[in-house]
Design a protein around this ligand. Structure first.
Ligand SMILES: Cc1cc2nc3c(=O)[nH]c(=O)nc-3n(C[C@H](O)[C@H](O)[C@H](O)COP(=O)(O)O)c2cc1C
Length: 380
């Protein structure tokens, strides 16, 4: 069967067929958003899979990279938070951080305990063996990427100044995520190969500017550096729009979260599929940073409490415990469930390959439709 063609700079640069990137998404309580199976499936379908590493230890990252290589010989990437924007090493042990929360932030602790009581959730604590994203862990993860010679490094949060030259010397490509023009310009100065501009519609940690105004501003600000668009992109119409805004490709998270291959569990996928765009909102409850995800009774109570998030890593440590409580009680609706505004358009679980194929076909059709609109009127 003939395959549709949709080719941009990104395809030639990364050695892929379609300019579609699976956005790196981290591991949540009991949920693996971008397992090797999904990363490999997107790469096999002609796009490029990107592995999210949040909460991974270096050993787990090594295993994941090797598993992806077993499943595909095509290029893939690894996404991680950079050291400058994570917690100080002194706070790397959960039990110590927990003791400090109780002492220094009694109101936050009381909020969490009162929600557990109200929702009938058991007390649960995440073990000290689960990594907090501290600087030394992140450096160790970066070393794994260098040692395993991955194709593409995606820098989420933070400036990749120290990383880009070393990666380039090793033939590795580097992208960095930006939610505003200032960060995009900083990334250009750091020497990245391209920038991914993600709008506020995005699931997970997100900025304040929407994709439609953000992408062309970033394109203009970092030109001639190429830009990929993310946030609220789930079908071919949005992909065509992203290309029209000047992007060379799309960075897609939430739409792949409900793919057959993601391992967040069928119930979590169904919650996202049932949700409308207005059912996701931003709050700082689960991680301490502004994150978009499904609203629930706990996020409502958090906003009503007027509390401000504790600094890194306290808010996340406390709410990781809470999420484990909800998970053990089978009440997954009270877990973080990050997701973007595209939820309103997601109607069914599909294999990742079908998501890629449908997106390319509809983008092609859309570009053709738009082409039919233009022309020059002849006056007699
Ligand atoms: C469940 C979930 C987890 C995420 N985890 C991460 C992460 O660990 N690192 C990161 O850079 N971005 C993370 N993101 C953001 C995505 O990389 C991406 O920017 C976003 O999903 C794109 O917008 P979309 O969801 O509208 O497609 C996450 C997003 C979601 C939905």
């Amino acid at each position: 069967m003939a395959r549709p063609v949709l080719r941009t700079w990104l395809c030639d640069f990364l050695g892929i067929e379609y300019p579609i990137m699976l956005a790196g998404m981290g591991t949540l309580t009991g949920k693996i958003c971008t397992p090797p199976e999904l990363v490999a499936a997107v790469s096999e379908a002609g796009g490029i899979g990107v592995l999210g590493t949040t909460s991974m230890t270096p050993d787990v990252l090594t295993e994941n990279i090797r598993e992806i290589r077993r499943l595909t010989s095509r290029p893939f990437g690894v996404d991680m938070l950079l050291p400058e924007r994570v917690a100080k090493d002194a706070m790397s042990v959960r039990s110590q951080a927990r003791a400090q929360i109780r002492e220094r932030y009694p109101k936050h602790w009381a909020f969490m305990q009162s929600m557990r009581k109200e929702l009938n959730l058991p007390d649960a604590v995440v073990g000290d063996e689960k990594a907090i994203n501290v600087a030394s862990t992140q450096m160790a993860l970066a070393e794994v990427c260098f040692r395993e010679k991955i194709d593409l490094f995606a820098a989420a949060l933070g400036a990749p100044d120290w990383l880009a030259p070393r990666a380039r010397a090793q033939g590795m490509k580097v992208l960095a995520l930006a939610g505003n023009v200032r960060h995009a310009v900083r990334h250009r100065k750091a020497g990245v190969d391209f920038v991914v501009a993600t709008g506020t519609e995005a699931g997970g940690h997100t900025g304040k500017v929407a994709t439609m105004p953000l992408v062309p501003q970033v394109v203009d600000a970092v030109s001639p550096l190429p830009v990929v668009a993310g946030g609220g992109i789930g079908d071919g119409r949005q992909m065509a729009a992203a290309l029209a805004l000047g992007a060379v490709g799309v960075w897609v998270g939430t739409a792949f979260l409900v793919s057959e291959e993601s391992q967040i569990g069928d119930r979590a996928k169904d919650l996202l599929i049932a949700a409308e765009s207005g059912d996701v909102d931003t709050h700082t409850l689960y991680t301490g940073k502004s994150m978009r995800g499904l609203k629930n009774r706990v996020t409502d109570a958090w906003l009503a409490s007027g509390l401000e998030a504790m600094p890194l890593p306290f808010q996340k440590v406390m709410m990781d415990d809470f999420q484990l409580s909800a998970h053990l009680a089978g009440q997954i609706e009270f877990e973080a469930n990050p997701g973007g505004q595209i939820t309103g358009m997601l109607k069914q679980r599909k294999p990742a390959a079908a998501i890629v194929r449908d997106m390319v076909e509809l983008a092609n059709e859309t570009i053709g439709r738009l082409d039919g609109l233009r022309g020059i009127a002849k006056h007699s």
